[in-house]
Design a protein around this ligand. Structure first.
Ligand SMILES: [Zn+2]
Length: 368
């Protein structure tokens, strides 16, 4: 049993067919997946947790049509964890479910819904992508790092709630950050947030990721920041109906992109936007204006900022996970909880570390 007082998130390795990878994921994180499903039921509320399933039928159909490999992986997770597919699907629908609850169930915003900060910068020698995942602090007992290699596919590593098939992380060619956006709209016929992330992590370039992104509809608004090995940086601000692409300032000496949880594009927001609305974004802008981070240490310092609260300390919410990916090196530096409290304790993991199929070392319970 993985205890809640661990300093670091557990990491698991998976490889093979979608079903194989899911079953390995489910077995290795079984307790954590059950705990996550219980917490999800409590967070969403028992009644809406049950009631949402009817509304999500169209989503299930869309996902089977557009991402069958990730649905098979979820079935494998359910089998491996000895839990229902519905529970696994609802873990994957965490953000979409929160949005559904706000839009459809009680027509109000969810309480401490996730916030996040994404920064990407192409230095002279590396491409860095930093991400803080901020949310209800109870999810610290649910998080895990999943590192894998699908048969015939691209290796990946991502952080997510146990039982999820994706979230921000690092692929072989791109790194991904994401930030939730105010939930003006929810649609049933789209991909869930973790599934969009996995599709993007498998892409060969930022442009390729943008092209892939536009072939799917999404259930919820979300901002995705993609950085590729060649130093191309693309920010995709999206609602279920609209997309705006933001690129680095062409006048800037060092290309970088910053994003948090407020719309920067009025067309996507559907209303006027205040570009200075988010103090975390303002803090990141100020720090980048002072000095653009040139290495992982400097990128970590921005993620640990307290002048504008990039590093989140609230009564019930915190920075759950913080990472800096070195895209060229294929390495990710990651910590559990607030980055400020882990000055010297970040773990370096290689995305491309899992060998192809059926030679998986068991990492059950291994701490990273
Ligand atoms: Zn802090």
């Amino acid at each position: 049993m993985i205890m809640s007082d661990e300093s670091f998130y557990p990491i698991i390795d998976v490889a093979g067919t979608p079903s194989d990878m899911g079953a390995q994921h489910g077995r290795q994180l079984r307790e954590r997946i059950h705990a996550t499903a219980s917490a999800m039921r409590e967070q969403v509320g028992r009644e809406p947790y049950e009631a949402c399933w009817d509304d999500f039928q169209e989503t299930v159909e869309y996902c089977w049509a557009n991402a069958p490999e990730l649905m098979e992986e979820m079935e494998g997770i359910a089998e491996g964890a000895k839990i229902s597919f519905r529970d696994v699907f609802r873990i994957n629908a965490h953000l979409d479910l929160t949005n559904w609850r706000g839009r459809v169930w009680d027509a109000r915003e969810g309480g401490d819904a996730g916030a996040c900060s994404s920064h990407a910068v192409a230095t002279g020698s590396e491409v860095l992508l930093g991400w803080n995942g901020d949310d209800w602090q109870g999810w610290m007992n649910s998080g895990a790092l999943v590192r894998g290699r699908p048969d015939g596919g691209e290796a990946f590593i991502y952080w997510s709630l146990a039982g999820s098939v994706g979230r921000p992380g690092l692929g072989e060619h791109v790194a991904l950050g994401a930030n939730s956006l105010p939930s003006g709209r929810w649609r049933a016929d789209g991909l869930l947030y973790p599934m969009v992330c996995r599709k993007l992590l498998a892409c060969h370039s930022a442009q390729n990721a943008l092209d892939a992104f536009q072939t799917y509809t999404r259930c919820s608004p979300m901002n995705y920041l993609v950085a590729d090995r060649m130093g191309s940086l693309i920010n995709v601000e999206s609602t279920p109906d609209n997309v705006a692409v933001l690129r680095p300032d062409p006048e800037g000496a060092t290309p970088f992109l910053l994003h948090t949880n407020s719309y920067l594009d009025a067309g996507v927001a559907g209303e006027e936007v205040d570009p200075d609305a988010c103090p975390r974004l303002n803090a990141a802008r100020r720090l980048y204006a002072e000095r653009v981070p040139a290495d992982t240490r400097a990128a970590r310092a921005v993620l640990s900022d307290h002048t504008g609260g990039v590093c989140v300390h609230l009564p019930h919410a915190c920075t759950l996970v913080s990472f800096v990916a070195e895209v060229k090196a294929g390495r990710i530096h990651v910590t559990r909880g607030n980055p400020c409290s882990h000055a010297g304790e970040w773990h370096n993991l290689h995305a491309n570390a899992v060998r192809a199929t059926r030679s998986i070392r068991s990492n059950r319970g291994k701490r990273v």
